[in-house]
Design a protein around this ligand. Structure first.
Ligand SMILES: C[S@@+](CC[C@H](N)C(=O)[O-])C[C@H]1O[C@@H](n2cnc3c(N)ncnc32)[C@H](O)[C@@H]1O
Length: 374
């Protein structure tokens, strides 16, 4: 059983250890949740909860005057996930906050930090820009109440804290139909090429919480190409992949994307989702065409041959050498004549002009040349 409950001093405490799989567990949760006027739900999961729990927590908190339900978790990640669905959540982690002005990180600190991480955890962070390293480290220190660099090293000795730091590394911001003009170009110019294949393979590299491959799957469906497509969606951040696989998007995020969708899509975006309270779930037949995998662009190799690779808002975080390495990986992963799609703001200046041609002067979509040796 992933659920336990008891009552003390007129307060009902409900403990959830994971998602509720069986009907009996779900029934128990509902009964316990609505059986007392004062309740605390304590979530012991670290990452995300499924849409059943999301829906029930959202519903019971809206009935605020009848039921006073507090939701608590030690996981900051889970707390902000719940907040994005407008579920009020208290983060019970003991970490305090440090004032921004108290944290100073020098280039020397960063070099020392990279050596420490490399020696202890064997991760090589040399490929990330120093500015990103400083920003992420500073944010981590502020959020965890750490004010000195030596204290930071002591904290990062703890593997769980280290993983929190590491997962936070690359900014995970994403949204449905982000870079809508690029999507429009992909629909008009790249889809006719994709259509010529009996089976279409597409790689969404650095997919974050899934909005990028979901947008693509919706557009492919609209153009009758989804049935013969497989979208491989990868990211190195396991927490992002867990959120993506949960197929629960905050309704507010979906509503915000309608205008962007209308630039590249032709129907009513809401028809692709079922909506329950504050949660939007992508239709199963579309969602099932996206396969999620853990993959690190800097250390893992090519794993298939694709007709299109989409990598948007990822390369900007890498230094020049790493960018070259990743473009080489895409080159060896693309079918001849295949397309590499980047974002509006990321002209891949390092792209080897002999291997790729830019498809449009204003849109960052590149085509692998037919005489490319790879
Ligand atoms: C800003 S998000 C971009 C998401 C999406 N592509 C978009 O444009 O909306 C950057 C993503 O790149 C991922 N990322 C950063 N470094 C990576 C690496 N070395 N390998 C794979 N993914 C990486 C991050 O985890 C994050 O999800």
């Amino acid at each position: 059983m992933n659920i336990a409950a008891h009552t003390e001093n007129n307060t009902k405490y409900i403990y959830l250890l994971g998602n509720l799989e069986s009907e009996a567990e779900k029934k128990k949760f509902i009964v316990e949740l609505y059986s007392n006027s004062k309740t605390e739900v304590i979530l012991n999961q670290r990452e995300v909860v499924d849409s059943f729990i999301l829906t029930e927590l959202s519903r019971v908190q809206r009935l605020g005057s009848m039921f006073n339900v507090k939701v608590k978790t030690e996981s900051k990640l889970l707390c902000s996930y719940l907040n994005s669905f407008k579920i009020n959540c208290i983060n019970t982690s003991k970490a305090g906050f440090t004032k921004e002005s108290e944290v100073v990180i020098t280039s020397k600190n960063i070099t020392k930090l990279m050596k420490f991480i490399h020696d202890k955890y064997h991760y090589d962070l040399h490929d990330y820009s120093e500015e990103l390293l400083k920003r992420t480290t500073k944010r981590f220190m502020i959020m965890n109440g750490i004010s000195t660099f030596n204290n930071l090293l002591l904290n990062l000795d703890d593997v769980e804290l280290f993983m929190g730091y590491f997962n936070d590394f690359a900014i995970s911001v994403t949204s449905l139909f982000r870079n809508e003009k690029t999507w429009k170009y992909v629909v008009d110019e790249v889809f006719p090429y994709l259509e010529t294949f009996p089976q279409i393979r597409i790689w969404s590299a650095g997919c974050s919480t899934g909005e990028e491959p979901f947008s693509l799957a919706i557009l492919l469906q609209e153009h009758g190409l989804l049935d013969k497509s497989i979208i491989y969606a990868t990211d190195y951040n396991m927490a992002n992949l867990t959120v993506a696989k949960n197929n629960a998007i905050p309704l507010s995020k979906l509503k915000d994307s309608v205008e962007r969708y209308n630039i590249c899509g032709e129907r009513d975006l809401l028809d692709y989702f079922s909506i329950n309270e504050e949660i939007a779930t992508l239709r199963k037949d579309i969602f099932s065409k996206v396969q999620f995998f853990n993959h690190n662009l800097l250390t893992d190799s090519s794993f298939n041959e694709f007709h299109m690779v989409i990598c948007k808002n990822v390369l900007i975080y890498f230094d020049k050498n790493a960018q070259v390495k990743v473009v080489e990986l895409f080159n060896s992963s693309l079918h001849r004549g295949g397309y590499l799609v980047s974002s509006d703001s990321e002209e891949i200046s390092l792209i080897d002009k002999g291997n790729f041609s830019k498809s449009h002067p204003l849109i960052n979509v590149y085509r692998k040349n037919l005489r490319n040796p790879l």
